[in-house]
Design a protein around this ligand. Structure first.
Ligand SMILES: C[S@@+](CC[C@H](N)C(=O)[O-])C[C@H]1O[C@@H](n2cnc3c(N)ncnc32)[C@H](O)[C@@H]1O
Length: 247
């Protein structure tokens, strides 16, 4: 048996999901996604699938109209965490976590989630095109994607690329591909601060526990860089929008 790598285990340990999102906001999004009993739910770039599991539970898993879900990701450790969460909630017979490329998935579903994972398709436009082929007619897509709150600085564009647009551009990208916007909300500053803090917190705690580990200096530098980038460059500038889209 392999010894536990506490550094690897700490990486996302403090995160509920890997996106700026409060419990209350998540509950609103799930209501707007409106998962019906018996629905098939798909999450592309699911991470450990916390929202996927909640979406399936919201649809109900008892009786002949049991809701079922599939999460697809390329991160083995995240998928393993998703399977453990599913087992802990007795959802393991209803939710499968599959290792694979999001863009290669072809089986359509009634409700599709794609949050913070547009890059897996090559960017926002490519994701909105590809996702149209996996949402069944009459179905819904919960799409979480980045936008600029204000015109970006060159430093911010260097980190996040030139494809990110203002919120109006993101909405237009969906509209011009035939999607109807059933819901729109954005992450607020507290959600962003909590996301950035919890993204760092697992490894900050590891550093405090294992300051003599040979990897400590490298990890300390990485975490310091990320916090500096957030505070100096993109805090209040990069936004995250949640769109519930139908077609
Ligand atoms: C920002 S995280 C969001 C995770 C999850 N949707 C959530 O909200 O917690 C982006 C996810 O995309 C996954 N990913 C990156 N490239 C991918 C690809 N080509 N195919 C599938 N998943 C991918 C990463 O492993 C990561 O879990």
């Amino acid at each position: 048996m392999q010894p536990t790598d506490h550094l690897a285990a700490s990486r996302y340990a403090r995160m509920r999901w890997n996106t700026p999102l409060s419990e209350e906001h998540a509950a609103l999004l799930l209501r707007r996604l409106d998962v019906r009993p018996g629905a098939r739910v798909l999450d592309l770039g699911c991470g450990w699938g916390e929202l996927l599991l909640r979406a399936v539970a919201a649809g109900g898993v008892s009786g002949p109209l049991a809701t079922r879900g599939v999460g697809v990701d390329t991160d083995d450790a995240a998928l393993a965490r998703g399977r453990r969460l599913a087992t802990g909630r007795s959802l393991n017979r209803h939710v499968a976590f599959v290792m694979g490329e999001a863009a290669a998935w072809q089986e359509p579903a009634d409700r599709v989630l794609c949050i913070g994972s547009a890059h897996a398709f090559g960017g926002t436009g490519a994701a909105l095109d590809a996702l149209a082929t996996v949402v069944r007619p009459g179905g819904r897509l919960l799409f979480g994607d980045a936008y600029w709150e204000r015109p970006p600085t060159p430093q911010a564009e260097q980190i996040f690329g030139t494809e990110v647009t203002a919120l109006a551009g993101l909405v237009e990208a969906a509209r011009e591909r035939g999607w109807r916007v059933l819901h729109l909300s954005t992450a607020d500053q507290r959600e962003w601060d909590d996301f950035e803090s919890t993204w760092l917190a697992g490894r900050q705690e590891w550093l405090l526990t294992y300051p003599e580990d040979p990897r400590a200096a490298e990890v300390r530098a990485e975490l310091d860089d990320r916090l500096r980038q957030y505070v100096d460059t993109y805090r209040g500038l990069l936004g995250l929008a949640y769109l519930v889209l139908g077609r």
